[in-house]
Design a protein around this ligand. Structure first.
Ligand code: CMX
Length: 436
């Protein structure tokens, strides 16, 4: 058994025992109440699952196993001379709760490289799709097509004990994470670079090699990919993509099915697709105004026009956050250090100056601040990755780290089928009548 798997098994077995005792003693304690507004309003704030890899605070933002993004930038191993953390390190941290050593992270880079073999039928399936199929459709389909390789499904069919579910789930998670950059780069090169594919560079780390296979080989872009794939990895369990993976996985669907479900959630414009919508909206503004250095008044008018057309301002607002997203800030810090005077990046910063006051003025938006998607596109455009319909795939590759580490934990803890209760509007009316 490899060191990571052994460590994960030890940690999860210990916690499973602890939780059994905890539930025996405290299992009936209420952790909150649910209002009708929450029942009708997308279950905001309802505590109904456990998710250990990360937790979101409305003001502070995301912490991965208790560590903030600035702390991760200090603590996690990097490549020799590198400035950004390696996503491998974050996966290790989320799966075990321990910050890995450089040696452990190097092992993980090698391990994912060894596991990166994508079955030939996946490429054939992709080639069968019309060339203009949205990259997220291709990504989701490619993931499902690899389900034929699921170790969990094979072992389940052979009659595996439920106490061992964690083991093939770990194998599937590791294999799938290893393969995703190959699949994603294939989709990108097929769609936008005439199918001129670039073989992997086995000397590189997971994110560096992904940048290389995309065909953007500058050291700064590799550095960006390490940061990007780290900060998008997880956002606790309640967000739509994570929760979808959790729900699908709870039926004992394997990691491929569960992760593909999550990607279908990520593909919505209120969630991950917002990263494409932001840059599309900025490009349209530049075209409409005929300048990439608009005045504040021009930008404000464009924002009002968007709102008056009954649309949202993409990249702004959040269901949980109530301050600027630290993932936005991390990207801004990266851009300030590495990018000088880029017009689209400047517009992102100009929007940060003017959007919040306008959204506050609407009197209903709970969070007027930028989220992760407000910044990412402008930096990608700067490095030449202009094809924004691909951006959500990048988000998805990163999201695998969090949701699949959580899926390993769910199977190790023996979490049951998820099955909340729904009610009808008639039930609600009757409830009100009986309780008022
Ligand atoms: N622009 C305009 N109106 C907005 C808004 C925005 N950016 N954010 C929220 N609102 C509106 C809502 O549409 C809602 O209006 P109605 O009452 O008329 O329906 C009202 O303000 C209250 O919404 P909220 O409680 O503040 O926000 P929600 O928790 O319902 O929604 C989110 C959160 C992210 C869907 C929303 O802020 C939004 O649509 N943002 C733009 C899309 C976006 O950037 N999504 C990416 C989020 C991050 C990610 O998952 O990747």
């Amino acid at each position: 058994m490899d060191e990571l798997k052994k460590l994960f098994y030890e940690k999860s077995s210990a916690l499973k025992t602890e939780i059994k005792a905890l539930l025996k003693e405290h299992g009936n304690k209420p952790v909150g109440e649910v209002t009708l507004r929450q029942v009708f309003g997308g279950a905001r704030g309802v505590k109904m699952m456990v998710w250990d890899p990360s937790q979101l605070d409305a003001v502070e933002g995301i912490r991965f196993r208790g560590k903030s993004i600035p702390e991760l930038r200090e603590l996690l191993p990097r490549i020799d001379g590198g400035k950004e953390p390696l996503p491998e390190g974050l996966f290790w941290l989320m799966l075990t709760g321990e910050v890995p050593t450089q040696e452990q992270v190097n092992w993980l880079s090698d391990e994912w490289e060894k596991r990166a073999h994508v079955p030939e039928h996946t490429f054939k399936a992709l080639e069968a799709l019309p060339a203009d199929t949205h990259p997220m459709t291709q990504f989701s389909m490619a993931i499902v097509s690899m389900q034929s390789e699921s170790v969990f499904s094979k072992r389940y069919a052979e009659g595996i004990s439920k106490h061992d579910y964690w083991d093939p789930t770990y194998e599937d998670a590791m294999n799938l994470i290893a393969r995703l950059p190959v699949v994603a780069a294939y989709i990108y090169r097929r769609l936008f670079k005439n199918g001129d594919h670039i073989p992997a560079d086995h000397s590189l780390d997971w994110a560096g090699n992904f940048a290389h296979m995309l065909g953007v080989d500058s050291p700064d872009f590799k550095s960006l990919m390490r940061l990007y794939l780290t900060i998008h990895a997880d956002h606790e369990g309640g967000n739509a993509s994570a929760h979808t993976v959790h729900l699908t996985g709870s039926t004992l669907s394997d990691s491929y099915f569960a992760f593909a479900s999550g990607m279908n959630s990520l593909a919505g414009p209120l969630h991950g697709l917002a990263n494409q919508e932001v840059i599309k909206w900025i490009f349209e503004m530049v075209e409409q105004l005929g300048t990439d250095t608009p005045t504040d008044d021009q930008v404000k008018q464009y924002i009002h026009d968007t709102l008056n057309a009954g649309k949202v301002i993409p990249g702004y607002g959040h269901a949980v956050l109530r301050q600027p997203d630290p993932r936005f800030t991390a990207q801004r810090i990266f851009a300030e250090a590495n990018i000088k005077d880029d017009p689209i990046v400047n517009i992102v910063w100009q929007l940060f100056d003017v959007v919040p006051d306008i959204l506050k003025g609407l009197g209903k938006v709970k969070n007027p601040w930028p989220n992760v998607d407000a910044h990412s596109g402008a930096i990608l455009v700067h490095y030449g990755l202009k094809e924004y319909s691909f951006y959500t795939v990048l988000f998805g590759v990163s999201r695998a780290l969090g949701v699949l580490s959580a899926l390993c934990w769910s199977r190790a803890m023996g979490f049951p089928l998820e099955r909340p209760k729904s009610v009808t509007t008639d039930w609600v009316k009757q409830f009100i009548a009986e309780n008022s």
